[in-house]
Design a protein around this ligand. Structure first.
Ligand SMILES: Cc1cc2nc3c(=O)[nH]c(=O)nc-3n(C[C@H](O)[C@H](O)[C@H](O)COP(=O)(O)O)c2cc1C
Length: 342
């Protein structure tokens, strides 16, 4: 058995969260604008994951959202048993009301966003801003916990200062308030993914609590996955941008799936079909254009592929570009070109 086989078999193990079994230990991280229903369907066609997370949804808006028209609060019935809806909000009331709707709709769980450091979110007292007010953050967790019986996840960062003790303190508060699992992204809040995450802090958070802890940040290949599991003892992994670059990454890491050129071409075309299944053409093209830089990052000449693919305003043109790019059998790279990861 190679080392990678060892980790593959660990990732394949099921895990129980609040009495509910999750098939394996790989999660799709929440990503606004990228982790939409069409993308999740694409990922589900490859399989190999435990849970998928939606992009963040406003807790205030969520009780009134109509999934037929909402671009974010939208799902397929079949994905609900493995789908967690992420919400952001500034107060216990709105977060609890949103969680109740999420439970009524039949999602696997609800995830509370205490990690987003985008100014527009933090200015409203949401996301990572709540790490400045630990008592309020814990109150939100407690209220959500009391309001629903589905699993409650918390996704958070180190805090606003690079002090692992703060992250450990927050983790304990979340656990005491009733969180069932934590997803930890070990970066300080103002850091927009420019510096590497400090994986060693995941080990500290794991030490601090007894609920499952999932590690997140810069998992690019199976060696990263095994290193994070080894160094931190975390219970599983949450993968963000790399899943957009390779929507089959969960199947690759947990089931040994091996992509070829046909996989890349198929994936690029399938994404156009799935976006059109859920959205009008103009919006579908917009969402496709967000997908392109990440998808292109897995090729040696990713910048040029990205430029070629982006030169289109209709799905027909996009498909023509995709066919032309893949006619040439472009060379892939083992690790992505992260300059293309925004
Ligand atoms: C475009 C984009 C949108 C994101 N949106 C969210 C979000 O809605 N909620 C959240 O908790 N994190 C969000 N994140 C952060 C990711 O979940 C993840 O923590 C981060 O990308 C690091 O993981 P990675 O290196 O595997 O990508 C987003 C990241 C990106 C790149």
């Amino acid at each position: 058995m190679t080392d990678n086989d060892k980790y593959t078999s660990y990732l394949q193990q099921s895990i129980t969260i609040k009495g509910r079994s999750v098939a394996n230990r790989l999660f799709l991280a929440p990503m606004a604008g990228l982790g939409h229903v069409a993308f999740r369907e694409l990922v589900s066609e490859f399989g190999g994951y435990g849970l998928l997370f939606t992009g963040m949804c406003s807790a205030k808006a969520l009780p009134h959202e109509n999934p037929k028209f909402s671009p974010v609060f939208k799902w397929r019935e079949e994905e609900l048993p493995n789908l967690v809806c992420q919400i952001f909000g500034p107060d216990p009331d709105s977060m609890a009301r949103a969680a109740q709707r999420i439970e009524q709709e039949g999602f696997f769980g609800v995830d509370l966003n205490f990690g987003c450091s985008v100014a527009a979110i933090c200015k409203r007292g949401c996301g990572a801003a709540l790490l400045k007010t630990p008592v309020l953050a814990a109150e939100i967790v407690a209220r959500v916990r009391q309001s629903v019986s589905i699993p409650v996840f918390v996704k958070f960062r180190t805090g606003w200062e690079n002090d692992p003790a703060l992250a450990m303190d927050m983790a304990k508060r979340f656990e005491d308030a009733g969180a069932d699992a934590l997803v930890f992204h070990p970066r300080v809040a103002p850091d927009r993914r420019s510096r590497p995450p400090r994986w060693e802090q995941i080990a500290r958070v794991k030490e601090a609590v007894s609920v499952p802890v999932f590690g997140n940040g810069n998992l690019f290949d199976i060696n990263d996955a095994s290193t994070m599991l080894d160094q931190t003892g975390c219970d599983g992994l949450s993968v963000g941008r790399m899943a957009v670059s390779k929507p089959w990454i969960f199947a690759e890491w947990s089931q040994g799936f091996a992509p070829d050129t046909a996989t890349y071409h198929h994936t690029a075309i399938r994404m156009t079909e799935l976006l059109l299944k859920y959205h009008d053409e103009a919006f579908a093209v917009r969402l496709y254009k967000k997908f392109i830089p990440y998808f292109s990052a897995s090729f040696r000449f990713g910048h040029s592929i990205c430029k070629q693919l982006l030169k289109a305003d209709t799905m027909e043109n996009l498909r023509g570009n995709i066919d032309r790019v893949f006619e040439t059998d472009p060379e892939t790279v083992p690790r992505p070109n992260i300059n293309l990861f925004t």
